[in-house]
Design a protein around this ligand. Structure first.
Ligand SMILES: [Zn+2]
Length: 138
């Protein structure tokens, strides 16, 4: 098993299959989503893939109106802002994802600590298939 497996390409390939994968440090037990080749906790490189349960709570969020080009391709923009959040995963670790099925035009209705469940947004088919990792209120 080489470190090269723990990269963004592998992570996205799993997302295309509706699987949320991360890695766990065999030395200290820290979790990372997306996976990384080196544990930032204990600096060891003995990591393994784990399938992450797609549940957690909202730790922080921001609502974005001036969207990056990648999000424009998903239909977001000035007229359709989106909410980006940090999700504290129930099994450990944190991941940044789109928070769907909330109202980004009324951020006061979105609450830190709200329970969330994973949701995969797909676009395109075959080689051009893209998946956006999202969470929605549980
Ligand atoms: Zn570690």
């Amino acid at each position: 098993m080489t470190d090269a497996r723990f990269n963004d390409i592998s992570f996205r390939r799993f997302l295309d299959e509706d699987r949320l994968m991360g890695c766990r440090c065999r030395a200290c037990g820290a979790h990372y989503v997306p996976p990384k080749p080196l544990c930032s906790c204990c600096h060891c490189n003995d990591l393994e893939w784990i399938e992450v349960e797609g549940r957690g709570t909202l730790a922080a969020f921001t609502c974005i109106r001036v969207v990056p080009p990648t999000m424009q391709t998903w239909g977001y923009g000035r007229e359709r802002p989106y909410c980006s959040g940090v999700v504290e995963l129930s099994g450990g670790g944190r991941v940044v994802a789109l928070i769907d099925e909330v109202d980004p035009t009324h951020p006061e209705t979105i609450g830190v600590g709200m329970p969330l469940i994973v949701k995969y947004l797909h676009q395109g088919e075959g080689e051009s298939r893209k998946t956006l990792l999202a969470f929605k209120p549980a």
